[in-house]
Each structure stands twice: as C-alpha cells, then as structure tokens.
Design a protein. Structure first.
Length: 279
C-alpha cells in the first residue's frame, strides 16, 4: 500500500515535470522566430527581368526579390515563409490598403501623391527614367518622341512625365505590363518604351531580346525606389529601414545589384541614404 502511494506521487511529479518542459519548449520556439512560424505576404512584380521575375519553374529572381528576402529575414521570416504576391503598378496602393500584402518591393518610386496613401521605407535604389528603343531607331533625345507612339504601364508616372515636360505631342499608349510594351516595341506597334533605366536594362539583357533594343541613355528623372507599407504602420517602416541599413553595411546590397543588374551593364548610383526624402 505504501509502495503504491509513492508510485502515484511519483507519477504526478513526473507529469508536472513533462508539462513544464513542454511549455518551456514551445515558449523558446516562439521566442526564437519573430515570424511566429507563420507566413508573410510580399508584393513584387512578376514580369520585370533583373528586378522581379517569376521563372517558368515557379521560382522568383531579381534585385527586388533579393531585397525583399533580406528584409523578410530581418523581420523573422525564412525564405520558405514568404508568399510572393503579384502587385501591378496600378494596384499597389489598393493591395496595401486591403491588407493583401505586408509590404511591397516592386520598383515603387516615392512621390508626394503616393505618400498620401501609403508609407514608405527606404529608398533602397536610385534609378533614372530613360527610353528603350529599337537598335536602329533615330530617337536619341526626349523631344524626338513628338508624334511618336510612347508606351508605358498603367499606373506608372513615366509616360505622363515625358508628355508634360519633354514631348507634349507624344502619343501615349498605356498597357497592363512592361512585357506587353516590349512586345509592342518589338512588333513596331510603339516607337519607344519609357520607364526606369533599371527596368529597361533588365529587359534589354534578356537573351531573346539581345541586340534588338538599346537604351537612349537619358536621365529624364530621379526615381527613388521605396518599400511600400500600409499607411500608419510606422513600426514596420522602422524595422524595414533598419534591415536596409544592415543590407547596405554588410555588402549584401552591392552583391545583389551586381548579380541582378550587372549583366546588362547597368551603372547604378551608390546606395541612397535610408530615410532620405521619404517623409
């Protein structure tokens, strides 16, 4: 009888010890992962070679993808915890407002109008607006676009900038994506494609287009790429800015630029000062 009482007491002690150990293990696991074991939805472009491109095998590549992956890591998410969401130019503000994504890294130029709708971290790259034309084109300056068909993407400010400030008689043609614009350029349906030089360089370097197009080499504007965050989410903005500063300081930023844009002979500007021009 005494032995039975001891055994029962021991069983209770053992059960309590196992319970405490299990709780401690779970707490440690949660503490070790800021992502909490869940996923994070990140907006990128799917059709921009060198920046944000969905590959035939379902993987993703490009400078924006590498920046987003680094930032997500600093927020506590591993690569396999990232859910990539296509965010086209015209839908970026809505995607953030709806909560479809946590943040957007998609050649998202910071400007005053957009800052009214979303908050930005960064900037993380300074690009310049340029023109992509056929290799035998005689378009060499902005004013040559008067009377020409100029293509850009719906929701982008590039074509409007050209028409307002450089070539008021340019005929604008807005399409849903850059791949559609470059197909129009290839077929002769449009005479030029305008957007940031980083985007144009990515397209021009593709094997299937190699030798067909050239950059005009114009610096028509300064485009500071920021990471879009839902309006009012200052905590996430601060965390992303800290991640970008670390990416620049540890050399990962330079490595990402060279890997993704170097093959197109893209001459990038130095890394911009994080937090500059955002507010």
């Amino acid at each position: 009888m005494k032995l039975r009482k001891v055994t029962a007491a021991s069983a209770v002690v053992l059960a309590l010890a196992l319970s405490a150990t299990a709780c401690g293990s779970n707490d440690k696991k949660d503490e070790g992962s800021s992502g909490g074991g869940g996923k994070v939805k990140v907006g990128i472009k799917f059709d921009q070679p060198g920046l944000g491109l969905k590959q035939p095998d379902g993987s993703y590549s490009g400078f924006d993808v590498d920046v987003a992956t680094y930032v997500a890591k600093e927020l506590g998410y591993k690569p396999d915890q990232i859910e990539w969401v296509e965010t086209k130019s015209a839908d970026r503000e809505n995607a953030l407002a709806r909560g479809d994504v946590k943040f957007i890294v998609a050649t998202y130029s910071i400007n005053d109008e957009r800052k009214q709708k979303v908050d930005f971290a960064g900037p993380y790259l300074l690009a310049h607006q340029d023109l992509l034309v056929k290799s035998d084109s005689d378009i060499s300056k902005g004013t040559d676009l008067n009377g020409k068909k100029l293509c850009s993407v719906t929701g982008s400010t590039s074509a409007q900038n050209v028409q307002k400030t450089i070539a008021p008689k340019a005929n604008l043609k807005e399409l849903g994506g850059y791949s559609e614009c470059i197909a129009g350029l290839q077929s002769g349906a449009v005479d030029a494609l305008t957007t940031d030089d980083s985007i144009l360089a990515g397209f021009a370097s593709q094997d299937k287009y190699k030798g067909q197009f050239k950059l005009a080499g114009l610096k028509l504007s300064n485009e500071n790429y920021g990471i879009g965050v839902k309006k009012g989410d200052t905590a996430t903005v601060d965390k992303i800015n800290a991640a970008l500063e670390k990416m620049v300081s540890d050399g990962s930023w330079d490595a990402a630029v060279k890997k993704n844009l170097g093959p197109a002979n893209y001459k990038n500007e130095p890394a911009p000062k994080i937090g500059d021009i955002v507010k």
